[in-house]
Write a protein that binds this ligand. Structure first.
Ligand code: ZN
Length: 442
């Protein structure tokens, strides 16, 4: 395989947790983080992309995310309209159950300047099953600054080698997991990866294994002859579960060990596949982005169940022609600047609201600013949750009026620095609508 360099990494960890009672009921770990109700795969991808060094020079996107009805072209169009990438980019979407190792292999065949985005956000299954947590990671490929995907191995499995997923009550046969997956396929993949390891890489730190079962890593590590085996996402039940989480965890281990250290990522279950990651010279850049933050908001049982229901649809009538006229300026944050008095107006207008001049030019607004004023809306915009409405004085001029993001640790205060981020606004006619919302600064 062509070796794949990872130039830069953007990690997004959402703010919500589960109330302890919910965590206890569904069996999820209390340390897991979850996306806010106004976040989905698109907005989480946007957040991960915005954490890469800007401006981004993107040639194509490899996307491994649950799209939940949003088609890939629309996904690309929103990234482009919101200005996080310039112009719509071709997107290769991976099957929801394709494994991390295989997604990285596909990425290695992409052209220079490709970006890989991995999002974990499972809402299609029973909300009472143990969740695996939500997060997103964006990787820009090119020079091996942060890390290198140095080897890839794939051993496909036949259908009758799978466990039966249709019967929810069926427990996995532990002998199958132990004997076949761990002793046989897992070891094979690890040995093949070791054989392909580049000469300059140090001894392997160990392996991060997705196996869809709760196993003791130490025992497997002994069997495989490596210092560590970590079971990624023990709650994972489907192939593809927790891809972003597994990758973030592996990069975290590399960051702790420094350049030249290597780690294997192995996916077992429906066949086996694996990649070998080797830390690059700039791996230390990742260290601080990976600290786990305390949740600033939590789901109780009612809101957690609500999260798993199809979105409430307001069914507003949308004019196609109006959308095509306004959307680029609204999502692109393009306002009008008056040629006479220099004031900036947003949304853009054909006449200056300050001096009445008709001579206006388009101007792209900045996403940073300060809160001018705010109010708490308990009624109109808030069928499910209280919404804070905020007016922001943007750094380069112009004012923005809109909602605050959901899950803030406190209401935004007057004079507080803030920033605009891309979020889900509502669902209309069965389709998600996105717009800018106001978040705390950094
Ligand atoms: Zn004016």
């Amino acid at each position: 395989m062509k070796r794949l360099g990872i130039t830069d990494v953007g990690v997004y960890q959402p703010r919500y947790g589960l109330e302890p009672a919910v965590s206890a009921s569904v069996g999820g770990s209390g340390t897991l983080r979850f996306a806010a109700p106004d976040e989905d795969a698109l907005t989480m991808s946007w957040e991960a992309l915005s954490r890469l060094r800007q401006p981004l020079n993107v040639s194509e996107i490899i996307l491994a995310a649950p799209l939940e009805g949003l088609e890939p072209r629309s996904f690309s169009a929103h990234l482009s309209a919101s200005g996080i990438v310039t112009g719509p980019k071709p997107i290769t979407t991976m099957h929801p159950q394709s494994e991390l190792a295989d997604v990285l292999l596909v990425s290695s065949r992409a052209c220079e300047g490709a970006i890989g985005i991995f999002v974990d956000r499972m809402r299609e299954r029973d909300p009472l099953n143990a969740p695996t947590g939500d997060r997103a990671i964006a990787l820009s490929f090119g020079e091996a600054r942060i890390a290198e995907v140095a080897a890839h191995v794939s051993l496909p499995g036949l259908t009758y080698d799978r466990w039966q997923e249709s019967d929810e009550r069926a427990d996995r046969d532990p002998r199958f997991v132990e004997d076949r997956l761990i002793a046989h396929e897992g070891k094979d993949v690890l040995d093949l990866l070791r054989k392909e390891a580049p000469e300059n890489s140090q001894e392997m730190l160990g392996a991060v294994v997705s196996v869809g079962a709760k196993l003791k890593g130490a025992r497997i590590a002994k069997q495989w002859g490596v210092p560590n085996v970590w079971i990624a996402n023990p709650s994972a039940t489907e192939p593809g579960d927790g891809r972003a989480g597994g990758l973030i965890f592996a990069l975290q281990q590399l960051a702790a060990s420094g350049p030249g250290s290597s780690i294997a990522l192995i996916d077992l279950g429906w066949g086996a596949s694996g990649v070998l990651l080797v830390a690059g010279p700039n791996i230390a850049e990742l260290a601080e982005t990976h600290t786990t933050k305390e949740p600033t908001a939590t789901y109780n049982m009612r809101t957690w169940l609500h999260e798993h229901r199809p979105a409430y649809t307001a069914n507003p009538w949308t004019s196609g022609s109006e959308l095509s006229r306004e959307a680029p300026a609204l999502l692109g944050l393009v306002g009008s600047q008056c040629v006479a008095c220099q004031n900036i107006i947003f949304p853009s207008n054909k006449v200056c609201e300050h001096c009445g001049t008709f001579a206006l030019r388009p101007i792209r607004l900045e996403r940073n600013g300060t809160v001018i004023t705010q109010s708490i809306d308990e009624l109109y915009g808030a069928p499910d949750a209280t919404v804070q409405m905020v007016v922001v004085q943007l750094a380069g001029g112009g004012q923005f009026y809109g909602q605050a993001v959901q899950g803030l640790p406190y209401w935004l205060q007057i004079d507080e620095p803030c920033q605009l981020v891309f979020r889900r606004l509502h669902t209309g006619s069965g389709l998600p609508h996105y717009y800018w919302k106001v978040d705390t600064h950094g």
